[in-house]
Design a protein around this ligand. Structure first.
Ligand code: FES
Length: 106
């Protein structure tokens, strides 16, 4: 599957993912600007914050308790479509997923 990251300046990157990799892992493997992922995907840092495109929101698994708590501490404002990209595991169903990057992660 491939997923799309939209940067705050309007540019976008389409990234090929491996099955069962997280959106964060795919982004960091490609050296994408805008995802820091300081904790390495352990739901401890909130520097992998993304805004999920509205069309895709209902297709993602529910937010876990740890993720929910961490999202209250993101550097950029938490919105109803905020998620941690390390908690979004890419499956074939999510081919074409669109994630918007926040203005900042720290
Ligand atoms: Fe740290 Fe996602 S990488 S919370």
């Amino acid at each position: 599957p491939a997923i799309n990251f939209m940067h705050p300046d309007g540019k976008s990157d389409r990234i090929e993912t491996s099955d069962s990799e997280s959106a964060m892992q795919a982004a960091t493997r490609h050296g994408l600007d805008g995802i820091l992922a300081e904790c390495g995907g352990n739901a401890m840092c909130a520097t992998c914050h993304v805004y999920v495109d509205e069309d895709w929101l209902g297709r993602l698994p529910a937010i876990g308790d740890d993720e929910d708590a961490l999202l209250d501490g993101t550097a950029a404002e938490r919105l109803p479509n905020s998620r941690l990209s390390c908690q979004i595991v890419i499956t074939p169903d999510l081919d074409g997923l669109v994630l918007r990057l926040p203005e900042r992660q720290v």
